[in-house]
Design a binder for this molecule. Sequence first.
Ligand code: UDP
Ligand code: MG
Length: 315
Amino acid sequence: MDISVVVPLYNEDESLPELLAWIDRIMQKHSFTYEAILVDDGSKDNSWDIINQLQTTYPAVRGIKFRRNYGKSAALFCGFEAAKGDVVITMDADLQDSPDEIPELYRMVKEENYDIVSGWKQKRYDPITKTIPSKFFNRTARAVSGIRLHDFNCGLKAYNCKVVKSIEVYGEMHRYIPILAKEAGFTRIGEKIVQHQERKYGVTKFGLSRFVNGFLDLLSISFMTRFGKKPMHFFGLLGSLMFVIGFLSSAWIGFQKIYSMSKGEMAPLVTDSPYFFIALATMVIGTQLFLTGFIAELVSRSSSERNTYQIEKEI
Ligand code: UDP
Ligand code: MG
């Protein structure tokens, strides 16, 4: 099978018939063999009934229904597990992503050997409250990951099937799939400018919380990719730094005391010196950082993933 189209959806019943007709038209035109995996993320509207109807019209349709709403990442994860095509293409259900892009995305993965091709909504039809934070967010993600993409969170992406079988999307990490892929060793990451439409039916499923959560997830993911398997290198470094500051401050206090005594003056009380408090605080914090480091090492040692590696080839 050439292509698996994975579509996560939550309350998108109005868009589905149009979306499927469009996808099918493109697939027939280019004679691709394909499947469309519609993952219903616990919709409360008629999405699931529509998927059932569509399945009778288009045999390429496969459906997965969650019992409740788990989020877009969960939906993508299950879609990826089920996908059987050589190239896996994800797109949103709301008709904001255009199926017209499929043939070119497929070609880039198949012929130009990209591991991932990410869409870039260069001209966006979204409210300004979304586009401006998104610029900032993409810039940060670029700096943190070193991946030169303009639009990390574009729903329209194409993958070599190997990629989707080797990464685990969880939480709200769908925003950072290219970073997860890079961490798994897939470095040929390309970009294609794609057409973007205004949302035709329904409403967006992510509120303002997306910016706070997106930013926090970025922090976690950059920490995890660098120190996930060696947390002590992070906590231990900070802890040692704290101790160095603490020791230097204590030494300075001691030196002051001995110096004034050698001159026969009344030695100042150590608690009169600001260095006393600096020494106290940094040593307490340093100890806590080291303890956190040890606990993190224990956690990572008991993780079932501790010896999971991506093997590319064997002879
Ligand atoms: N989606 C989902 N589960 C959720 C939220 C969203 O499967 O909990 C789907 C949604 O139906 C759509 C895609 O993820 O197909 C992108 O969502 P949306 O269009 O609301 O995001 P936006 O375009 O506003 O970033
Ligand atoms: Mg949308």
